[in-house]
Write a protein that binds this ligand. Structure first.
Ligand SMILES: N[C@@H](CCC(=O)N[C@@H](CS)C(=O)NCC(=O)O)C(=O)O
Length: 213
C-alpha cells in the first residue's frame, strides 16, 4: 500500500490528501508531525519535512512534487489545466500558496492552534501583527486573481484551488474569517471550494483532532 507521511493539519499534507481523495487513490497515512520525526526520516524526506510519499515505484518528498507525480501516474480526474499557459499559471498559484501563504497563514495557525495542541501559549502580538499587515497583502493579491464564478481554471476544483484552500482551512481553524465586505470575490471563491465534498470532509476530519481543545 502507498504511504503518505505527515499529519492532515499540515496544509502541505492536506493538499496531497485532497489530491488523493479527488483521484480516489488508496493510501496509508503514516503519522509524522513537524515536532516528532522518526529516526531515519531523512531517508524518506531528505529535508525532514512533511509530506513525503512512498509507493511501489518512488520515494519522494514535497507536496508539489508528490501531486505532480500522482497526476502523471494517475491522470484521471485531472488536477492541472491543459494548456501550457494555464498550467504555468496553476503552478504559480501553487508556488504562491507553498511559500507566501505557508509563511503568513501558517504562522497564525501555528500560534493559535498547533501551540495549543502541544500546550504552549500563543504569541497573540505576533498573530495580530500578521493579521493587520501581512494577511491583507495576500487577500488584496488574491482578490485581484480569483474568478467571480467557478474556480481558477473553470468549473472543476483543481490543484491550484486546493493549494490555496488548504491554507484558508487552517485560517478558519485559527478563528479568522476573510472579510467578505472587503474581499467579496475571494470570500465567495473560498466558500465555493469549501463546498466541494472532499474539502468539506477534510474540514470535518480536522475538527475531530481539536475535539475538546
Ligand atoms: N515545500 C514543502 C514544504 C513542506 C513544509 O514546510 N512542511 C512543514 C509542515 S507544514 C514541515 O515539515 N516543517 C517541519 C520542518 O521544517 O522541520 C512542501 O510543499 O511539501
Amino acid at each position: 500500500m502507498s504511504k503518505l507521511y505527515g499529519v492532515p493539519l499540515s496544509p502541505m499534507v492536506r493538499k496531497v490528501l485532497l489530491a488523493l481523495e479527488i483521484k480516489q487513490l488508496d493510501y496509508e497515512l503514516v503519522p509524522v508531525t513537524p515536532f516528532m520525526k522518526p529516526a531515519g526520516f531523512e531517508k524518506i524526506s531528505p529535508l525532514k519535512k512533511i509530506p513525503a510519499w512512498e509507493d511501489d515505484k518512488v520515494t519522494i518528498a514535497d507536496s508539489s512534487v508528490i501531486c505532480e507525480y500522482l497526476e502523471d501516474r494517475y491522470p484521471e480526474q485531472a488536477l492541472y489545466p491543459k494548456t501550457p499557459e494555464e498550467k504555468a499559471r496553476a503552478r504559480w498559484f501553487e508556488e504562491y500558496a507553498d511559500t507566501a501563504m505557508l509563511q503568513v497563514l501558517g504562522t497564525v495557525f501555528f500560534e493559535r492552534v498547533a501551540k495549543k495542541l502541544i500546550n504552549q501559549p500563543a504569541d497573540e502580538d505576533k498573530v495580530q501583527e500578521i493579521l493587520q499587515t501581512k494577511l491583507p497583502q495576500i487577500c488584496v493579491y488574491l482578490e485581484s486573481q480569483v474568478p467571480e464564478t467557478d474556480f481558477l481554471f473553470g468549473g472543476v476544483v483543481q490543484l491550484a484551488d486546493i493549494a490555496l484552500a488548504s491554507h484558508f482551512i487552517n485560517l478558519i481553524h485559527a478563528g479568522v474569517q476573510i472579510d467578505s465586505a472587503e474581499y467579496p470575490k475571494l470570500a465567495a471563491y473560498i466558500d465555493r471550494i469549501f463546498q466541494h465534498p472532499a474539502v468539506g470532509h477534510r474540514i470535518a476530519e480536522d475538527k475531530k483532532v481539536f475535539g475538546g481543545k
